[in-house]
Design a protein. Structure first.
Length: 135
C-alpha cells in the first residue's frame, strides 16, 4: 500500500522538459563523435595517474549521462551524474585533482571535436569547471 502510494506520487517524478531541436541536434552530433572524444580523452589522460579501467568507466558513465540528459531535453539533468562519476573515482582512490583534470580533458576534447551543435554540452562543461573548487 505504501509502495503503491509512492509509485503514484507525482512529487517523485520530475516534469521533463520538452526536447527542443537544439537538444536533439546536440545529441545526434555527440553520438556521432563520441568514439573520437573517448579516444582523445584517453590520449590526454593516459599518463595522468588515472588507471585505464577507471578512466574508461568514468568516460563511459559521463557519456551515458550526457546522452540521457539531452534525450530528456535538458543538459542540467546531468548534474547528479557528474557527482556520481566523481564519487566513483573517489571510491577507486582517484583524487579530486584527477577529477578536475578529467573534466578539463573532456572539455578540451569536446571543444576540439564538436561543433556549434554541441553548444549545450560545451556550455555545461564550462559551467562545471567554473564551479569546481580550487585545490
Amino acid at each position: 500500500q505504501v509502495l503503491e502510494g509512492l509509485l503514484r506520487s507525482e512529487a517523485l517524478v520530475p516534469r521533463l522538459a520538452d526536447r527542443d531541436p537544439a537538444s536533439q541536434a546536440a545529441l545526434d552530433h555527440y553520438r556521432d563523435r563520441q568514439g573520437i572524444l573517448a579516444h582523445k580523452l584517453w590520449l590526454e589522460l593516459k599518463d595522468a595517474g588515472i588507471r585505464p579501467a577507471d578512466l574508461q568507466t568514468a568516460s563511459h558513465f559521463l557519456a551515458q549521462g550526457i546522452a540521457a540528459a539531452l534525450s530528456l531535453g535538458d543538459i542540467a539533468y546531468l548534474g547528479e551524474d557528474l557527482r556520481w562519476v566523481g564519487q566513483l573515482l573517489t571510491n577507486y582512490g582517484v583524487n579530486h585533482g584527477s577529477l578536475e583534470a578529467f573534466l578539463r580533458a573532456y572539455q578540451g576534447a569536446a571543444r576540439a571535436n564538436l561543433d556549434d551543435r554541441a553548444t549545450p554540452i560545451l556550455s555545461w562543461l564550462d559551467q562545471m569547471i567554473a564551479l569546481a573548487p580550487a585545490d
